[in-house]
Design a protein around this ligand. Sequence first.
Ligand SMILES: NC(=O)c1ccc[n+]([C@@H]2O[C@H](COP(=O)([O-])OP(=O)(O)OC[C@H]3O[C@@H](n4cnc5c(N)ncnc54)[C@H](O)[C@@H]3O)[C@@H](O)[C@H]2O)c1
Length: 384
Amino acid sequence: MSGSTTASTPRLRVGIVGCGNISRNHLEAFTSLGNVEVIGVCDVDITRAQATAKSWNLAHAVDSVDALLALGLDIVSVCTPHPTHEEVVLAAAAAGVNVLCEKPIAVDVASAERMANACATAGVKLGVLFQRRFWPAARALREAIDDGTLGAPVMGQVSVLLHREPEYYSADAWRGTWANDGGGVLMTQAIHYIDLLQWYMGPVAEVYGAINTFKHAANIEVEDSASAVLRFTSGAIATLTASTAANPALGVQIRITGATGATAELSEFPEGSDGRLTIMAAGDTVASTPAHPADAVANVGLAGINAALIPHHREQIAEFVHAVTHSHDPAVTGQDATNALRILLAIYKSARTGEPVRFAPFPTNVPTAPDAVVARLDSITPVA
Ligand SMILES: NC(=O)c1ccc[n+]([C@@H]2O[C@H](COP(=O)([O-])OP(=O)(O)OC[C@H]3O[C@@H](n4cnc5c(N)ncnc54)[C@H](O)[C@@H]3O)[C@@H](O)[C@H]2O)c1
């Protein structure tokens, strides 16, 4: 699909696979655009597909991806559980259809790479939903890096302290399992903020991490909490803490300190609300606003979170449609999403082995310590 759309250009034909929670965001977004038409939906549970088609006045409800693709599409949106993303993306690529896939792109890197390769070989676009990049404040922070206010990032801090009720995990059989969810808070929630961190700070070179399950062990086999230290190829360093065991939740705060010494903080509180720049400390000014306004309701249910995300799904989906009609890469590519996945999988690996996981070399600038200091450090004997 190439060339710009005009009044005489046929509308792009869109199909949506998976009619669960997040499909509403895709339907709201696509149906708000003038140059696309949602042709049909697909779900392995045909009653869900039929109910969705009826609510949205769509012509087709089918129970297989092949039947959806047979309708003749330009774009497929993938809104199924994570491990099923690959089969849908590969089928779409084989049919020459552009694909917009929900996050995480996959639950293993080899799968993500197969998806990206299949789309590249077929010459179709692959975009992955990380709609938080579209917050105006997220973009303002990125601009503060690019325009030299912060300069190149040297340190990052990410705090993801969320609340989930046990029912969140028990509502859908695939949640909280290694086989079907692929992980816990890192795979499903923190991946958005890992993506923001890599967008701001560049490629990650090394990860050291720990995971644990503090609250939800009765309902899940994956982690509900994680901490990690990340080193970047630039030499920058960052920490990440993420949990769904917090009560009340504190949402998400991302702080970036740049080479100029300036620091900016992006805060999402409550979860799902638009990120706000809550600190901009630059020059001789510390401009700040409360990251946790007292009148906000801290714990938000899944339906409320997903509904609040709609405006930014709309922006990313509009941008993806533009990428298709104007033949440019989408703002978030399959490669970006694969990189975010690799980072969180490396945290799992590091947590298992107790060792850092290194992807690439990184510069350090630590002065050599005198012998007396090294001796002091050597006196700390690790427990076997
Ligand atoms: N971008 C975001 O902020 C965001 C928010 C919520 C969910 N998501 C992602 O969206 C995806 C779906 O999440 P959800 O909460 O909507 O899940 P859900 O369980 O509510 O819905 C998934 C639907 O897919 C259907 N399905 C399963 N396998 C299928 C297949 N092979 N073909 C067709 N239909 C199939 C199921 O029957 C179900 O109706 C997940 O990957 C999740 O991480 C992203």
